[in-house]
Design a binder for this molecule. Structure first.
Ligand code: 13P
Ligand code: SF4
Length: 355
């Protein structure tokens, strides 16, 4: 499987095997500065980029030494993209984590539940999250205990009830689910699972969105993503009024009244594909801000406007932290075998139903 990077293609499952590979792929501070200039962000001055270039070279050496691959979510900082073997949305990252070969270590530049998914599929590899503060408020909104209680209650009313959990939840919540889903396949999973009554956890906005696409009964949970839930229709309308004809791309974690204003409701990677393929050249990106950075760097001939917010959890991951993670092999994700097996079953069900 090939892995997509911003300006080149590397192989995620075939590790680069020589020291030369790291040297060959090193980037200079000046080149990085020029590349990141597209973002119009003052953070990326020449001095900072020179410091980053040194760290990037060190990380690339360590990746070879440690036989490590780096998986990064679309919301990560652009300097992290420079060391990533694969960049993607939750579904793509889950598939890539499942398909990793020939590596001893997986460094996950994303949030805790994503690193857990990588561990679920890689019990014998070290899976590292560079900063343990990289959690997710949405994942925190459901516990296994609360889910077990609600499931028991609802089964008395709907004996055919199935639990579909959005991947933004902990592994022990996944273990209690019949199938997982991501923003890229939520409707498909709900449609294909063999039940008319679905308890959908934990994102109420995604649950509402799916309810609008299916005749099945969706019972939602009282959770939301603090990043997406704070985006208002007023903010979106303001940009629409100022830039007539702009295409609005929104993530399904946004509120219903925001989604109603969107031309397309998409996962983060689907937004990248949409912008690449669309004949339009102006887009309002309604999701976490990191995605706008990826779009700006990857599709420089189109214009992207942000109605986005930063996710403080995603931004816990830094280049320094990633370097330290590889140096000291920290922080390791551990799962008990019964939770891992249970979560694996629900994740595999998702992968089976979403083909
Ligand atoms: P995607 O799977 O669309 O990348 O979304 C992940 C996420 O955490 C959104 O907040
Ligand atoms: Fe969690 Fe929201 Fe951050 Fe995604 S953007 S990781 S859902 S808090």
């Amino acid at each position: 499987m090939t892995a997509r990077r911003l300006n080149e293609v590397t192989v995620v499952n075939g590790l680069e095997s020589t020291e030369n590979a790291a040297v060959r792929s090193a980037i200079t501070g000046a080149a990085l500065h020029e590349k990141l200039a597209a973002l119009g962000n003052e953070t990326y001055g020449l001095q900072t980029c020179e410091r980053y270039a040194d760290m990037i070279a060190e990380i690339k050496h360590l990746k070879i030494e440690r036989r490590a691959v780096v998986l990064a979510h679309n919301y990560q900082r652009p300097e992290i993209f420079e060391v990533a073997d694969f960049i993607g949305d939750s579904l793509e990252l889950a598939r890539n984590a499942r398909d990793v070969r020939d590596a001893d270590v997986i460094v996950f530049c994303g949030v805790h539940f994503m690193a857990e998914t990588a561990k679920v599929f890689n019990p014998d590899r070290k899976v590292l999250l560079p900063d343990l503060r990289a959690g997710c408020s949405l994942a925190d909104s459901v516990t296994a205990e609360a889910l077990a209680e609600r499931k028991e209650e609802l089964l008395k009313i709907y004996p055919d009830l199935k639990v579909v959990s959005y991947v933004n939840c902990t592994a022990d919540v996944k273990a209690l689910s019949d199938a997982c889903c991501t923003s890229a396949n939520a409707t498909k999973i709900v449609e294909r699972i063999d039940s008319k009554n679905i308890l959908f956890v934990p994102d109420q906005n995604l649950a509402n969105y799916v309810q609008g696409q299916t005749s099945k009964r969706i019972i939602s949970w009282d959770g939301n993503c603090y990043v997406h839930h704070q985006i208002t229709p007023e903010e979106v309308n303001k940009v629409k009024r100022a830039i007539p004809g702009i295409k609005v791309l929104a993530h399904p974690e946004c509120r219903k009244d925001v989604l109603a204003l969107a031309d397309a409701v998409l996962s983060t990677s689907a937004m990248v594909r949409y912008a690449q393929e669309s004949s339009a050249n102006k887009f309002l990106v309604v999701t976490e801000c990191g995605l706008s950075d990826r779009l700006l760097m990857e599709i420089p001939d189109k214009h992207f406007y942000k109605a986005c917010k930063l996710c403080r959890f995603m931004k816990m991951i830094t280049l320094e932290g990633t370097l330290d993670s590889l140096k000291h092999l920290r922080y390791e994700i551990e799962l008990s075998e019964d939770v891992r097996e249970g979560a694996k079953r629900a994740l595999e069900k998702m992968l089976e139903l979403s083909v």
